[in-house]
Each structure stands twice: as structure tokens, then as C-alpha cells.
Design a protein around this ligand. Structure first.
Ligand code: BGC
Ligand code: ZN
Length: 373
């Protein structure tokens, strides 16, 4: 069967290759974890989303091949249909629509309790990213433990399961951490960035009845501003209003969800948070980037204001379920809006070059490959 792969460490090595079609009894990553007897699920791939991580892996900024090979099949945002299940699988059955989590457990205590998303080990195993093959292929097998059912009526948004899990986890982490305050009822949030993560976070925060300002560079109206506003948020362009001015006009935010991919913005965000507020960082910023900030002022304000910074990455199966619940709730509350995020369909695995090309498009919200039907 066909797969889209890279040669990690070699820039622009993305290519199409033939790999063996997996069978139910196969072990996809024996160097990390074994699927227990009877717990395998064979999935036919329908759609795979790609994002900046795939672009950076192709630029050889990170990513590693599984041991013993030179190539890495990419793709970590999965959506497919179950073809076959082992005799000890009760969670899903053939015909079900599913997504599959990204990270596989390492050896830390967190991994052992099902929280591989917060592994304390430096090395992490992620399908399509690091040391495990991904989903940009026609079929895959994995442990039922990592397979998450997508409701039939949500299948048009199934390819957003993984990004939704990342947002749902990050927001939940902030609320869990804020229990330190005994009572925290955030009224106002700034979401920085209006890419897929920023927009999904906008929706999830609006669903919690928070007053949301979605902040990005380019003045609206355009698709991103329209989606943010269709969710009931206010879209703000930093070309027209700086973060500091926005905070002056509407008040400082109790919550900031940073998803711009820009390291400077991560630190600038620290200058506008309200007392007792939480700042969530979700951007993955490769390379090196120096910024100058008034460190004394930030430190003083953060200490005197009892503020919290939460870094959050990845999501385990419970976060996928939370993300899917939010997508469902969002679809009932703002019908048809989330589907507008699915901007750039690619006609099949053969068009992998086009897929990489579309990832360069700043206006693309979601590039995804229609692999099968
Ligand atoms: C993925 C996460 C992953 C992270 C770090 C992101 O693009 O969505 O699941 O943990 O990259 O590799
Ligand atoms: Zn991703």
C-alpha cells in the first residue's frame, strides 16, 4: 500500500513509498509497546490532517525514524473506519468511525497510568512525529487503547479530532491548575492566533460562556475573522489594536490561550494577563529567537498578581473524547461553522507534493488528505 514518508534529518525528503499492508495481528511499534493479544484494531484511513509539525519534519527540524529504518511515515491527525477488531476489543466494531491518539507510552510513572501525554521522559514516542510511523497511508493497526470512536453524525469533522484534543486538554489543564484559587470564574479570554488551534480554542471558550477576543495579525474581514465571529467572539487585528490597547479598552484577560507559533508573542502575552489569571502556551517554536522584555516588570506583576503559566502539548484518549464532545456541542451551538476550518482538501496520497505546498499557504486553516472513502 502507499504511504507518505520522509527521511528524518534530510530536508525536503517527502516522498511516496510502498509499504506492506498491515494485518490485524501485526505489531506497529514493537520497540515501544506491544498490542496485547486480541486487542488490535485495523483501520482504513479516510482522511488525514497535516499541520506545521509535518512541514517542520519535512524541513528536518525534528522527527526521527523508528529504530532500524531510515524513513518515517508522517501524519498524526487521523480519521478512519474500523475494518476488523481483535476478539478482546469491545470499545469499537467494524464500520465505526475512529481517530487514534498520537503518543505511545514510555517508561515514566505518568506513562504507566495512561498519561503518556505528560510523560516525564525526555524522549517521547509519537506516531508520525517521533520514532513511530504515522497515519498518512491506506491502513493502520493499533491497540484499542488508543482508538477513539467518532460519532457517526460528526464524521464530517472527524479529521479535527486530534487538534480538538490538543485544545480541550490545554483548557482543561488550565482549569485544573486554577483550582489552586478555590474559586476561578474567568470572564474574559484572549486567544492569540486564528489558525486551527486558535479557532477551536475560541469555540471551546465561548462554549464556557467566556467573552472571547481572538487576536491575529491581519485585519478582517476574512475567513478566520468570520469563523471567530460566527462563534460569537470578537476578532481583533494587532495591526489595528495592540494587545496592550485591547487590554486597556476591554479589560485585562483572566485567561490567555497562546497559539500563534511565534515565541515573541508568548512572552508579550505575559504583559497583559489579569491578576489570578492563567496563560496557556501551546505553540511549538523550533529554532532560536531572542526577544527583549522588561523582565523585572513581568516578574513583579506575576508575583504580585499570583499568575499562572501552563504549557500543554498532546492529548491522551480522554482528551480526544473531550475534544469530540466540544466539537459536537459546537456543532449544535454554531451549526456548520467548524466545517469552515476544513479549507484545503488534497485529492489523495499521490498528491503529497501539493499537500506540502498548501502547508505554506498562510490562509490555509486545515490542509487534509482525502485518502479513502
Ligand atoms: C501534535 C501533538 C504533538 C506535538 C509535539 C503537535 O503537532 O499535534 O500531538 O504532541 O506536535 O510533537
Ligand atoms: Zn499537530
Amino acid at each position: 500500500m502507499k504511504a507518505v514518508a520522509v527521511l528524518p534529518g534530510k530536508p525536503n525528503s517527502v516522498h511516496l513509498r510502498e509499504i506492506p499492508t498491515p494485518r490485524l495481528a501485526d505489531q506497529p511499534h514493537p520497540h515501544v509497546c506491544l498490542i496485547p493479544e486480541g486487542r488490535g484494531v485495523l483501520v482504513k484511513v479516510l482522511q488525514i490532517g497535516v499541520d506545521a509539525t509535518d512541514r517542520e519534519i519535512n524541513e528536518a527540524l525534528y522527527g526521527n525514524a523508528p529504530p532500524g529504518g531510515e524513513h518515517l511515515v508522517i501524519g498524526h491527525e487521523s480519521f478512519g473506519q474500523v475494518l476488523e477488531v481483535g476478539d478482546k476489543v469491545t470499545e469499537v466494531k467494524p464500520g465505526d468511525f475512529v481517530s487514534c491518539t498520537v503518543r505511545r507510552p514510555g517508561g515514566s510513572l505518568f506513562d504507566q497510568i495512561g498519561r503518556n501525554d505528560i510523560t516525564s521522559e525526555e524522549v517521547y514516542y509519537e506516531r508520525g512525529i517521533n520514532l513511530c510511523h504515522g497515519y498518512l497511508t491506506e491502513h493502520f493497526v493499533d491497540d484499542a487503547e488508543y482508538v477513539v470512536k467518532v460519532p457517526q453524525n460528526l464524521k464530517h469533522l472527524g479529521v479535527l479530532s486530534e487538534p480538538a484534543s490538543v485544545c480541550a486538554k490545554a483548557i482543561e489543564q488550565a482549569f485544573l491548575a486554577q483550582q489552586r484559587l478555590q474559586v476561578w470564574q474567568p470572564k474574559r479570554a484572549f486567544v492569540l492566533g486564528a489558525g486551527q488551534i486558535g479557532l477551536l480554542a475560541t469555540m471551546m471558550l465561548k462554549l464556557r460562556n467566556i467573552d472571547v477576543y481572538t487576536v491575529a495579525t491581519r485585519p478582517g474581514p476574512h475567513l478566520k475573522s468570520e469563523i471567530a465571529e460566527a462563534y460569537g467572539a470578537t476578532y481583533v487585528s494587532t495591526k489595528q489594536t495592540s494587545l496592550a490597547d485591547l487590554a486597556q479598552q476591554v479589560g485585562k484577560p483572566d485567561l490567555i490561550f497562546e497559539a500563534t507559533g511565534n515565541a515573541e508573542v508568548c512572552f508579550r502575552a505575559m504583559e497583559t494577563l489579569a491578576h489570578n489569571g492563567a496563560l496557556i502556551w501551546t505553540s511549538i517554536t523550533g529554532g532560536k529567537y531572542d526577544v527583549s522584555v522588561d523582565a523585572a516588570k513581568i516578574n513583579l506583576e506575576w508575583v504580585l498578581g499570583n499568575k499562572l503559566l501552563v504549557g500543554s502539548v498532546n492529548g491522551n484518549r480522554r482528551h480526544f473524547e473531550l475534544g469530540l464532545q466540544a466539537l459536537s456541542h459546537g456543532e449544535l451551538t454554531y451549526p456548520g461553522v467548524t466545517g469552515r476550518i476544513l479549507t484545503n482538501p488534497i485529492a489523495g496520497l499521490d498528491h503529497y507534493a501539493e499537500m506540502m505546498h498548501q502547508l505554506e499557504d498562510k490562509d490555509a486553516l486545515k490542509v487534509f488528505v482525502n485518502v479513502g472513502e
